[in-house]
Design a protein around this ligand. Structure first.
Ligand code: FPP
Length: 249
């Protein structure tokens, strides 16, 4: 579903319940490149352009929180050349986008195990976060070196340590208290999870936070994802009946 005819229209989408938080598993960069006889990093570079289009579309719709899965803990096992290209792209992304993100009021944060990032990438992240900290229109959260199981295990470890030190009563550990230990503390949970390239997996992404997210899978490869695709995902979401485990009203 795309284009002027048949595509979801901006005004119609805005007139209905917008997801407050959209999370995206950006997948298919490698296939996009391979199909064209290009090296995989070219797919990632094209994927960076899709990030720009998606941010623009989220701003246009008025979505408040957009979270993108850019690099998983498992991705560290990819060939050194590809990992290096992705780290370089992160730096390039910051250099190319920071002014526009500031101008558009996009507060950008990175979450994940940033200690594992090379020093240059860590300082790019620092520049990006501090440079865009005043943004209030859209929170753009980028998962880098992120793994949901690690995130949950670290949270459990911290709570267990506090309990062992007598600083936390185990009976006070509930969903809200546990959530405070996650990278996403204070963020609303994703309402809509989008995955590109047709794969029906959640790939260790925000497992705690997507408990009640609606899932939209599109066959579109991430480098080709754009405004119409985000609009189609939101239209799909708006057609769902969310029950959060309750009964139909
Ligand atoms: C998945 O495609 C995509 C990634 C592992 C990297 C995502 C990176 C970007 C979109 C560009 C950089 C973005 C920022 C914000 C710096 P894949 O390589 O797993 O594709 P495949 O399944 O077709 O092989």
């Amino acid at each position: 579903m795309s284009g002027a005819s048949g595509g979801a229209q901006l005004a119609d989408l805005q007139a209905r319940n917008l997801p407050r938080h959209v999370a995206v598993i950006m997948d298919g960069n490698g296939r996009w490149a391979t199909e064209r006889g290009l090296p995989r990093w070219r797919g990632h570079r094209e994927g960076m352009r899709a990030v720009r289009r998606t941010v623009e579309a989220a701003l246009e719709l008025g979505i408040e929180n957009l979270t993108l899965y850019a690099f998983s803990v498992e991705n560290w096992s990819r060939p050194e050349e590809e990992v290096g290209a992705l780290m370089h792209l992160l730096k390039e992304f910051v250099e190319r986008e920071i002014d526009e993100l500031c101008r558009q009021g996009v507060r950008t944060r990175v979450f994940g195990d940033r200690e594992r990032l090379p020093a240059a990438a860590q300082s790019s992240v620092q520049v990006l976060e501090s440079g865009t900290a005043a943004g209030t229109r859209l929170n753009l959260n980028v998962a880098i070196s992120y793994g949901s199981r690690d995130e949950i295990a670290s949270a459990a470890r911290r709570l267990a340590t506090l309990a062992a030190e007598g600083r936390l009563d185990p009976s006070d550990i509930d969903v809200a208290r546990f959530s405070e230990e996650l990278y996403t503390a204070g963020w609303p949970d994703p309402d809509l999870l989008v995955r590109t390239s047709g794969e029906m997996r959640v790939s260790n992404f925000m497992l705690w936070q997507i408990a009640y997210a609606e899932i939209h899978v599109t066959p579109v490869l991430w480098p080709e994802f754009g405004r119409d695709d985000l609009f189609a995902a939101v239209a799909d979401y708006q057609g769902r009946e969310r029950r959060f485990g309750g009964v139909t009203s």
